[in-house]
Design a protein. Structure first.
Length: 129
C-alpha cells in the first residue's frame, strides 16, 4: 500500500513537472505571438502617424494658400504692382547672393589648387634634410 502511495506521489510530481513544462512552453509561444503583434501594432501606428502628419501639412498649406489668395484679391492694383516690384527686388538680391557664393566657392577652390602647387625648397640649413 505504501508502495502504491509512493508511486502515486511520484506520478503526481511528474505530472506537476510536466504541467510546468507545458505551461512554460505555451507561455513562450504566447509571448512570441504577443511580441509579433506588438511590433505590427507599432508599425501600423507609425504609418498612421505619418499619414496624419502628411494630411496636416497639406491642410495647413491649403489654408495658407487660401489666405494668401484672399489677401492678394483684396489688394488694389497699385498694391499688387508694388508687391510685384518688391518680389522682383528680392529675386535680384537672392540671385546676387547666389552668384557671390559661387564666386567665393571658386576662389576657395583656386586657393586650394594653388596651395598644392607650392614646392618646398630644401637648403643645407634646413633641419628636415
Amino acid at each position: 500500500m505504501m508502495e502504491q502511495f509512493g508511486k502515486a506521489l511520484l506520478n503526481v510530481a511528474f505530472a506537476g513537472v510536466g504541467a510546468v513544462s507545458i505551461a512554460a512552453e505555451k507561455a513562450s509561444e504566447v509571448g512570441k505571438i504577443l511580441i509579433a503583434r506588438g511590433e505590427i501594432a507599432v508599425e501600423q501606428g507609425r504609418q498612421y502617424s505619418e499619414e496624419l502628419h502628411q494630411k496636416y501639412q497639406e491642410a495647413a498649406q491649403k489654408r495658407q494658400d487660401e489666405r494668401f489668395q484672399a489677401t492678394v484679391d483684396a489688394m488694389t492694383a497699385e498694391e499688387r504692382e508694388a508687391l510685384r516690384r518688391r518680389l522682383a527686388q528680392l529675386d535680384a538680391e537672392e540671385e546676387a547672393v547666389r552668384q557671390a557664393a559661387e564666386a567665393e566657392a571658386e576662389t576657395d577652390a583656386e586657393a586650394d589648387t594653388s596651395a598644392d602647387n607650392i614646392t618646398h625648397i630644401h637648403s643645407d640649413d634646413d633641419p628636415q634634410n
